[in-house]
Design a protein. Structure first.
Length: 462
């Protein structure tokens, strides 16, 4: 009898073991969640007192301004899930241009019109009789990347300046050359010493710049999208993107798109992992853990290369690594710009070829603190190589003016901010609002001195 009770007791104990295992399987994940939650609260309190480590403070900027200018790539009007950039500024592929901005989109910082240009309203192909139409082509710097609004861009500031000039000509005609010169020689000479009058009308400076565009994209854009709108003047600003784009690429394209679209498994896996990635970005504990395993994104690379295939690489990794590669990239820039000049000359439209500004053109011994930090992050190698490369870009730009002196003006903004007293750059190539004003002023001075943009006074008797 004792043996049977003992067997029954032992049998009961054996039956409880599966229940204990089940409880363990239930409580173990809960225990992990509790430990994670307590650790997350603890590390947040620690960061609140001691501050975040530098590796965490270098995380991507998720402010409304940054999100507004980060790119989102579409295919068939749908976002391509899994790509690293998923901001608010939408792009889509174009078989001729490489890619373009999606039409009719807006944020609190910018408006994109029906043509995919940074304008508040659509631009009709039929130009009004009193309109003087100027197009600005370029990349993100000309676009006004990270500016507070359309009004802070170079295009809008230049438009305001030109229309102000027309108003001055009309309200103070005595300061400008007359419509008809005097018969009397000395008076005629005195009249010619006055400021020339530019074409009168309503100036529209249209911001057709697209973030990330290189000269190859601009060349196609000029031929297919700009000339049909009957421009009176074309301004093409560039140089930097051509310096950073490998010579085997004839134009800039959306990064990694082909890779993702051709790999359905990876595309789907990245799509499923998006919620977990978003959660990890909000967790200080996980960010702290991964910061010591992975390389943090390079801040200057993220902000400068808007079409960025690899945010973990420093900017100097995109520069030509061999002298022969620099020669090929400069030659590509020269050839594309030469073709744009020929296209505009054939259409009898004057063109201004502009070398865009870049931070290494500043006086590096006298910089505001924010720009010192940018230069320190860029490093000596980057500074030295960009300065040498911009010398070659400037030479190439001047050659265009020499080849087409009647139709081309060259402007080099690289050294325009050498002794600029305030902060000019928010990153290596993008300008502050005040610096955009200075760039617009230099373009304005070039325009008013161009014979093709002036109203030459008539000779006496004509």
């Amino acid at each position: 009898m004792f043996n049977s009770r003992q067997k029954l007791y032992l049998g009961q104990k054996q039956k409880r073991k599966p229940l204990s295992l089940f409880r363990m399987l239930v409580w173990f994940p809960l225990l992990i969640l509790i430990i994670f939650g307590v650790s997350e609260i603890g590390i947040r309190l620690f960061f609140l007192i001691a501050g975040k480590p530098d590796r965490l403070t270098r995380q991507p900027d998720n402010s409304p301004l940054s999100q507004a200018y980060q790119l989102q790539f579409l295919t068939n009007n749908q976002p391509i899930q899994g790509l690293p950039q998923q901001g608010n500024l939408k792009l889509q592929r174009n078989p001729v241009l490489g890619y373009q901005l999606v039409a009719n989109q807006q944020s609190q910082f910018w408006q994109i019109n029906e043509q995919g240009w940074r304008e508040r309203v659509s631009i009709p192909k039929n130009k009004a009789s009193n309109e003087v139409r100027v197009f600005l082509l370029g990349g993100s710097a000309a676009f006004g990347y990270r500016s507070d609004g359309n009004q802070d861009t170079i295009a809008q500031k230049l438009e305001q300046r030109l229309n102000q000039r027309v108003q001055n000509q009309q309200s103070q005609p005595q300061q400008y050359q007359p419509e008809v010169l005097s018969f009397y020689g000395p008076d005629r000479q005195q009249q010619l010493q006055k400021m020339p009058r530019i074409k009168e009308g309503n100036y529209q400076v249209i911001n057709a710049a697209i973030p990330g565009y290189a000269s190859g994209n601009q060349r196609a854009q000029l031929a297919m999208r700009i000339l049909p709108y009957n421009p009176d003047l074309i301004i093409v600003m560039g140089g930097y993107k051509n310096l950073m784009l490998p010579s085997q690429d004839s134009f800039a394209d959306l990064p990694l798109v082909d890779t993702y679209l051709s790999n359905a498994t990876k595309h789907f896996r990245d799509h499923l992992g998006k919620p977990l990635q978003n959660f990890a970005q909000k967790s200080d504990l996980l960010q702290m853990a991964t910061s010591y395993v992975t390389t943090p994104p390079v801040k200057t690379t993220q902000e400068t290369l808007v079409l960025n295939p690899n945010p973990n690489q420093p900017l100097d990794a995109y520069l030509p690594q061999q002298p022969s590669e620099l020669v090929e990239r400069i030659e590509r820039y020269r050839e594309n710009n030469l073709q744009m000049v020929r296209l505009s000359a054939g259409a009898q439209v004057p063109l201004i070829s502009v070398v865009q500004p870049e931070i290494t053109g500043r006086n590096l011994e006298q910089l505001p603190q924010q720009e010192k930090e940018i230069i320190n992050e860029l490093g000596n190698k980057y500074v030295h190589e960009v300065q040498n490369a911009y010398t070659e870009i400037g030479k190439t730009n001047r050659e265009l003016e020499q080849l087409f002196p009647q139709n081309v003006e060259s402007v080099n903004l690289y050294n325009s901010y050498t002794n600029f007293s305030n902060r000019a750059f928010v990153d290596p190539i993008h300008l502050t609002s005040e610096a955009n004003t200075k760039a617009a002023e230099e373009l304005y001075q070039t325009i008013v001195e161009m014979p093709k943009m002036q109203m030459a006074p008539k000779q006496p008797g004509n």
